[in-house]
Design a binder for this molecule. Structure first.
Ligand code: NAD
Ligand code: TYD
Length: 355
């Protein structure tokens, strides 16, 4: 199996690449990543020399580059994670989300469809698979406490980020329907864990607690997210890629809802203990700030379909996962320093050939 994973130098992608490279030594894994601010090859330093792993620097907004690459390498499968992923950035710069998440995804669909057709695989594309990794944010915000997002919930995206992911999901399904491209999709809740870029809630709070900076809580901190350890998401992606039914969608989540303020308080307690600070010290850094524009109130996933049909379930309790995550950030201080200073991008320049 020749497998293309896009966005493999990012947070979730790096865990997916590691899992596939180590679990399937018989596969050839190609990691295509543009190395934007969020892409960091240090996330993969432990497997970068594996014989079944190749890194390709390239941009999914470049349609010709994708066609050439697909023609040359003749992939059997694609797991598509490359994206602009941060809601706050999408509010200040929506167009880059349209370009990467919508145009980039359609470029990738076209390259797969056309190169697979040229190989004589049309009309059914037997043995091929295009897997699109998406988010629960496409469903919008839940207001009734008993409600959960299911695979049947209507799309209602509220931020430029979620609107761009919703559009890309629609295009993937449209290519499945119109061109019979063998697609499968998943929509996952908020991830946390090692390699998480420190612009997102959990790593930002860990970094700010450690460096005694204010902990910015948007609004009243009462917004709810459903959190899943990133390695459990990678395991779910493995299950969907190998066992998911063609044309179907799987919701992935941890049945693990937390208000933002409760997570930040828990992180403060964990960090006080680990840093040897008197209890209550870090919580004094909590600062309520202006709310995010259009801030979704609550996300919660009903993950019964993937659990019942594909036998997946989360392996880690949140408190255990959070301890592991804090330990990872405290023992990988260089990673955090490099990311926050931008040094990681300069370091890797010149270490690969641009295609
Ligand atoms: P990330 O921002 O950490 O990583 C994105 C990666 O994509 C980076 O390595 C970046 O360099 C690469 N990339 C960006 N633009 C590119 C382009 N034009 N061409 C090629 N590569 C490009 O994101 P993440 O949090 O790891 O999310 C990965 C995927 O999972 C995204 O599609 C996201 O929508 C989805 N997702 C994320 C979460 C979450 O909690 N983070 C939850 C559910 C779904
Ligand atoms: P984030 O990690 O950006 O993920 P998403 O917006 O995709 O869910 O934010 C998680 C929650 O934390 C969200 O409700 C916004 C909130 N938040 C803060 O209160 N302060 C912050 O500094 C950040 C980055 C997020």
């Amino acid at each position: 199996m020749k497998l293309l994973i896009t966005g493999g130098a990012g947070f979730i992608g790096s865990h997916v690449v590691r899992l596939f490279v180590t679990k399937y030594p018989e596969y050839q894994i190609y990691n295509l990543d543009a190395l934007t601010y969020a892409g960091n090859l240090a996330n993969l330093s432990d497997i970068e020399k594996a014989p079944n792993y190749t890194f390709i620097k390239g941009d999914i907004t470049d349609a010709k580059f994708l066609v050439d690459m697909f023609t040359e390498l003749s992939f059997d499968g694609v797991i598509h994670l490359a994206a602009e992923s941060h809601v706050d950035r999408s509010i200040t710069d929506p167009m880059s989300f349209v370009m990467t998440n919508v145009v980039g995804t359609v470029n990738l669909l076209n390259a797969a469809k056309d190169s697979w057709a040229a190989e004589g695989m049309a009309p059914n594309f037997e043995g091929k698979r295009f897997y699109h990794v998406s988010t629960d944010e496409v469903f919008g915000s839940l207001h009734n406490p008993e409600d959960f997002f299911t695979e049947e919930t209507a799309y209602d995206p509220q931020s430029p980020y979620s609107a761009s992911k919703a559009a890309s999901d629609h295009f993937v399904r449209a290519y499945g329907n119109t061109y019979k491209l063998p697609v499968v999709l998943s929509n996952c809740s908020n991830n946390y864990g090692p390699n998480h870029f420190p612009e997102k809630l959990i790593p930002l709070m860990i970094h700010n607690i450690q460096t005694n900076k204010p902990l910015p809580i948007y609004g009243k901190g009462e917004n709810v997210r459903d959190w899943l350890f990133v390695v459990d998401h990678a395991r779910a992606i493995d299950a969907v890629f190998h066992k998911g039914k063609q044309g179907e969608t799987y919701n992935i989540g941890g049945f693990n809802e937390w208000k933002n303020i409760d997570i930040v308080n828990l992180l403060c307690q964990i960090m006080d203990r680990k840093l040897g600070r008197p209890e209550g010290t870090s919580a004094q850094l909590i600062t309520y700030v202006t709310d995010r524009a259009g801030h979704d109130l609550r996300y919660a996933i009903d993950a019964h379909k993937i659990m019942n049909n594909l036998g997946w379930q989360p392996s880690l309790q949140f408190e255990e996962g959070l301890e592991k995550t804090v330990d990872w950030f405290l023992t990988n201080q260089d990673w955090l320093n490099n990311v926050t200073s931008g040094a990681y991008q300069r370091y890797y320049q010149g270490m690969y050939t641009d295609r």
